[in-house]
Design a protein around this ligand. Structure first.
Ligand SMILES: Cc1cc2nc3c(=O)[nH]c(=O)nc-3n(C[C@H](O)[C@H](O)[C@H](O)COP(=O)(O)OP(=O)(O)OC[C@H]3O[C@@H](n4cnc5c(N)ncnc54)[C@H](O)[C@@H]3O)c2cc1C
Length: 415
């Protein structure tokens, strides 16, 4: 993928716009920039050897409907819009996509009011087809599912976001932009009219820069001399595979009722568009921002987390939930017990440990988990600080929205 772009000579070139980060958000932003301004000299720099190496390539592959998000929030608006746009994009470009629907399961009487609130949220967000099911109706859709009350979300789908990113990159190149992989940003100088970006492959000049560096977005802001109002705290999400002999237990997507204080949806069963069923992800504090193994450790990343007062405030509020997640991460029988509330027939031998993903969770100084998408414009730079799930689903309208803000914020135009 994109092998030719990796070898592009680019030192000492000048660009109108440089986008830092070849994840789904940076690529969508560049795609919209090229569409809006066909003459724009546009560069995307990505430190890895290919696009979508981090969050955009380590996720559940779900096209969310938008049911979870506060009515009126950017997340709600862009997710609902993004669902339709993503399905259409995949169909247009022959990327595998399937609208398999989702069932959200209340596993106790205590969760039933929260399930009803979700229904109300979904309706307020304009999602059609939502329906509370009785046991018989739920069993028709998911014969093996447990629980006491069920909400059907028929418009939820699945796709392959790595393929989506590859297509975004291909279209950017076809529009005349450059995606330069293997190009790590190591410094940003903002003295004169031009922003100077130092990379591992030389220096480039830019009139405008958009920071879509995902798990490193606050580091990039800091490099550019900004005092980020948030800090990225990484939360790893571990996945299991459902063993082939148990895949028949899940037809579509089976989710718990989430705790809406957190930007995580709870461990769920997700059919993959290419076959197989994922179980996960949980949410445990990671010791390395782009570290996928439990033992991965970065002194810089751990220091960044532990030296941040917002982290300790967050830990003070949510230590109990965090400890429970850790326990289930380390103790498989506890995880199995939790999963059995959704799918009573499941046992430990049905779960095969698989990979993981790391979420770039933005935490405010007051210890709050930033809920909505967050973008900040400052002196010819725009920083994307919080684009957690459902940002893959919503990536097309997010890219459009970032470009609208860039036009408003610093009058972005091609030279
Ligand atoms: C476990 C998990 C499950 C998820 N499930 C879903 C889901 O089912 N549906 C959904 O809609 N969303 C989901 N999400 C959310 C979604 O995947 C992310 O919100 C989205 O991928 C964020 O994209 P991004 O471009 O901001 O970040 P990333 O994909 O992380 O991209 C940022 C890029 O910046 C690059 N970069 C960083 N620093 C530098 C530097 N110094 N120089 C150059 N490049 C740099 C990185 O290498 C990286 O490629 C999930 C996320 C996770 C982690």
């Amino acid at each position: 993928m994109l092998g030719s772009t990796a070898c592009l000579p680019m030192p000492d070139q000048r660009f109108d716009l440089v986008v830092i980060g070849g994840g789904i958000v940076g690529l969508s932003t560049a795609l919209h920039a090229g569409r809006l301004f066909p003459k724009l000299r546009l560069l995307v720099v990505e430190k890895e050897d290919r696009v979508a190496r981090h969050q955009s390539g380590h996720n559940s592959g779900v096209i969310h409907s938008g049911i979870y998000y506060k009515p009126g929030s950017l997340k709600a608006k862009l997710c609902v819009e993004g669902t339709a746009a993503m399905v259409e994009f995949c169909r247009q470009h022959a990327i595998p996509v399937e609208i398999c629907g989702k069932i959200i399961v209340a596993t106790s009487a205590e969760e039933v009011p929260r399930l009803h609130s979700l229904l109300e949220r979904g309706q307020a967000n304009g999602i059609s087809g939502l329906k509370l099911l009785d046991r018989e109706q739920a069993r028709e859709l998911e014969p093996h599912c447990g629980g006491v009350a069920w909400l059907h979300v028929p418009g939820t789908g699945i796709t392959d976001y790595v393929a989506v990113c590859a297509k975004y990159a291909e279209l950017i190149a076809a529009q005349g932009g450059t995606v330069s992989v293997g190009t790590k940003v190591t410094g940003i100088q903002r003295g004169g009219a031009e922003i100077v970006i130092e990379t591992g492959r030389g220096t480039v000049g830019a009139r405008y820069v958009i920071n879509c560096a995902g798990l490193h977005s606050d580091y990039i802001s800091h490099m550019a001399g900004e005092r980020a109002e948030i800090r990225i705290v990484p939360f790893r999400g571990e996945y299991y595979d459902l063993a082939p002999h148990s895949e028949h237990l899940v037809r579509g997507l089976i989710y718990p009722v989430p705790d809406l204080r957190f930007p995580f949806l709870g461990v769920h069963f997700t059919r993959r568009v290419g076959g197989g069923v994922d179980v996960g992800p949980n949410a445990v504090l990671a010791l390395k921002r782009e570290g996928y193994a439990r033992t991965d450790f970065s002194l810089r990343d751990v220091s960044s987390t532990l030296s941040y007062s917002g982290f300790w405030r967050m830990a003070g509020k949510y230590w109990r939930s965090g400890a429970e997640e850790f326990y289930r991460s380390l103790h498989k029988p506890a995880l199995v017990r939790a999963l059995q509330t959704l799918l009573p027939e499941i046992g430990g031998s049905d779960l095969i440990a698989d990979g993981s993903g790391v979420r770039a969770t933005a935490v405010g100084r007051d210890g709050s988990l930033v809920d909505d998408f967050q973008f900040v414009c400052s002196r010819n730079m725009l920083h994307v600080w919080n684009v957690v799930s459902p940002a893959a689903t919503a990536s097309l309208p997010i890219g459009r929205e970032i470009m609208r803000m860039a036009q408003q914020g610093f009058g972005l135009e091609s030279s």
